[in-house]
Ligand binder design. Structure first.
Ligand code: ATP
Length: 313
């Protein structure tokens, strides 16, 4: 049986009267896991509790099988962290800083320096590594942050909004790199973002968080399957006939405001629909795959939590 990398039981955190994390119980297997939610949803609080940087008000959690409150130094050596805010030391050059982070994790200076250069190569940083981080662009700072999180060869990487402030090409580079960590190096990644596209691109599992609660937890494969099973069709004038045939065949048909019919089936292909059209001699209709499944789920989850979803996308 695959051991979970993260388990929580009723994890909660309040700041005064603000409930930032509300009774979160979850078990996450290794892989690339997206933590998706709008601003203020509780993503950072969740990650900080896992890292023991914030003490939960209630509940317990284990990272790589160890309680977050016991022996946290040892646990942290197996976990890398890229915080949302800049975490560099002013005046230090990029390579000095990443080396220093390696030393803080218990590596010797020589091992840390060698590994720092390897990680700076991996994140695509060139000669800029010898310049003070204070002079870095946002893209370079994000790369340096990723290198410091990886320098001690962690088993789990926790990245809080690592694509913040990046232009499209910088975002693409970082996403591709993060997406490769599990596949190529076996490093599990938990990445928080308020951007659907980032999560959908690279994660094999998604947690949607709103108002401090996990409102959805699905594998990306299950989401894609859900997407394939939803079909929209535009029957150009034969709406009533289509509706009655489909309803008689046992499907729930939803008439959309754009004139299309939305049908959810249990099959991954549309063969069932083509068969039905042929058997009932229905006129041709245009078929469309459903709108993005993750977006639909995200919006539903946010609406259920009383948040206006469009603002968060
Ligand atoms: N130290 C703190 N003191 C008081 N309230 C806090 C503190 N940290 C977070 N909060 C509040 O807790 C809630 C969750 O914040 P958190 O930073 O975890 O959300 P987030 O999903 O990471 O948001 P963002 O995407 O904006 O970073 C917010 O309402 C925030 O204002």
């Amino acid at each position: 049986m695959i051991k979970p990398i993260i388990e929580t039981q009723g994890l909660s955190k309040t700041y005064g009267s603000q409930r930032a994390l509300d009774d979160v119980t979850v078990s996450l297997p290794p892989g690339t896991i997206g933590l998706l939610g709008p601003n203020g949803a509780g993503k950072t609080t969740f990650l900080k509790c896992l890292l023991n940087l914030e003490a939960p008000t209630a509940g317990t959690a284990q990272v790589l099988g160890r309680s977050i409150t016991v022996n946290s130094r040892e646990s942290r050596e197996r976990v890398g962290y890229g915080p949302e805010r800049d975490c560099h030391i002013p005046g230090m050059a990029g390579c000095e800083y990443v080396t220093y982070c390696g030393q803080l994790s218990g590596m010797t200076f020589h091992a840390a320096r060698q590994r720092a250069h390897e990680m700076l190569d991996l994140v695509g940083m060139g000669q800029e590594r010898y310049r003070s981080i204070d002079t870095y662009s946002t893209g370079m700072r994000q790369r340096a942050k990723l290198a410091q999180a990886l320098v001690h060869d962690p088993e789990v990487l926790i990245l809080d909004e690592p694509t913040n402030g990046l232009d499209p090409s910088g975002r693409e580079y970082i996403l591709r790199l993060i997406g490769s960590l599990w596949r190529e190096f076996g490093i599990s990644v938990i990445i928080s973002s308020h951007l659907l596209h980032d999560i959908e691109r690279i994660c094999d599992r998604v947690l949607i968080i709103a108002n401090g609660r996990i409102v959805e937890h699905e594998t990306m494969a299950a989401l894609q399957a859900r997407r394939r099973r939803v079909v929209e069709l535009a029957p150009s004038g034969a709406v009533a006939r289509y509706t009655s045939v489909l309803t008689e065949a046992g499907f729930t048909v939803e008439a959309l405001s754009n004139g299309r019919l939305r049908i959810e089936s249990t099959e991954d292909s549309v063969d069932w629909l083509l068969r039905l059209m042929r058997d009932h001699d229905l006129p041709p209709a245009d078929l469309f795959s459903s709108p993005d499944a993750l977006q639909g789920l995200f919006l539903q989850a946010l609406e259920a939590s009383g948040i206006k979803g469009g603002d968060a996308l």
